[in-house]
Design a protein around this ligand. Structure first.
Ligand SMILES: CC(C)(COP(=O)(O)OP(=O)(O)OC[C@H]1O[C@@H](n2cnc3c(N)ncnc32)[C@H](O)[C@@H]1OP(=O)(O)O)[C@@H](O)C(=O)NCCC(=O)NCCS
Length: 218
């Protein structure tokens, strides 16, 4: 195998960009973390296995975990297991995060997602737009066959986004949460359902060059 020219980016994933209407998604960079921590809302579900430092209050721990999550996702990236966190930029402002993730994507062709928005940007269709953007990337550019997602039963906004896009109910399960056991509602969208909806037709994906092998697709 010949060496790559030195002027090619070492980490091509940073060049990815998804555009849908007036919303742009691009991978989070370290320089975004201070602003993301500043706008991080209190109601973003925390992984119950997160370790909390005793000397920090809850909000400070959540902001610290946002930083550590960023470093962990890039540093543990592999074809078998990856999480791609996108900054959501709406009309030029950083307003939240939309994540796309997969385990054994080459074999299973299944993606999962998670997201949050600063409260003042909710309820205006942005959650739906940013999910559509990553689904277009996953189905139309990575060749996903299925997208799954899950949310607490009482998370009407998250479930609302999934229903609006056409995900179907896919069962329930119990999960641990910082406030105790809770019921999770699972939903699923197939490639055929996605293509039939035409929702992704005007999503523009740029910067894919050099990224395919990071997803095991070359
Ligand atoms: C989940 C989240 C990203 C959704 O984004 P959003 O921009 O508020 O959602 P949208 O405006 O695109 O709304 C999508 C649908 O849900 C419905 N919806 C939104 N908020 C709702 C609410 N609080 N109650 C009931 N329905 C709601 C909308 O009416 C819309 O459905 P419709 O098109 O059929 O009318 C956002 O609410 C958020 O950041 N929540 C906190 C973090 C979180 O829970 N993340 C998900 C973890 S699984």
């Amino acid at each position: 195998m010949s060496a790559k020219p030195k002027n090619e980016p070492v980490w091509p994933l940073f060049a990815l960009q998804l555009t849908f209407n007036d919303t742009v998604l691009r991978p989070v960079r370290e320089s975004d973390l201070d602003e993301l921590a500043r706008i991080l809302p209190d109601d973003v579900e925390q992984d119950p296995s997160s370790n909390f430092l005793l000397g920090l209050d809850v909000a400070s721990n959540r902001r610290r975990l946002l930083f550590q999550n960023y470093w962990r996702n890039w540093s543990t990236w592999s074809v078998e297991s990856w999480t791609l966190d996108f900054c959501v930029i709406h009309q030029g402002r950083l307003v939240g995060i939309q994540a796309l993730e997969a385990e054994h994507f080459v074999e299973l062709r299944t993606v999962d997602s998670g997201s949050w928005l600063a409260p003042e940007y909710r309820g205006i269709g942005l959650g739906t737009s940013m999910r559509i953007a990553i689904l277009a990337f996953a189905f139309d550019h990575l060749g996903a066959q299925t997208a799954v997602t899950s949310a607490r039963f009482d998370n009407a906004a998250s479930l609302g986004v999934s229903r609006r896009i056409g995900y179907q109910d896919n069962g329930v399960s119990m999960s641990r949460s910082p406030s105790g056991p809770c019921q999770l509602h699972h939903m699923r969208l197939t490639r055929d359902q996605w293509q039939e909806s035409s929702l992704g037709d005007s999503v523009v994906v740029a910067g894919l060059s050099g990224c395919a092998l990071y997803f095991g697709l070359e």
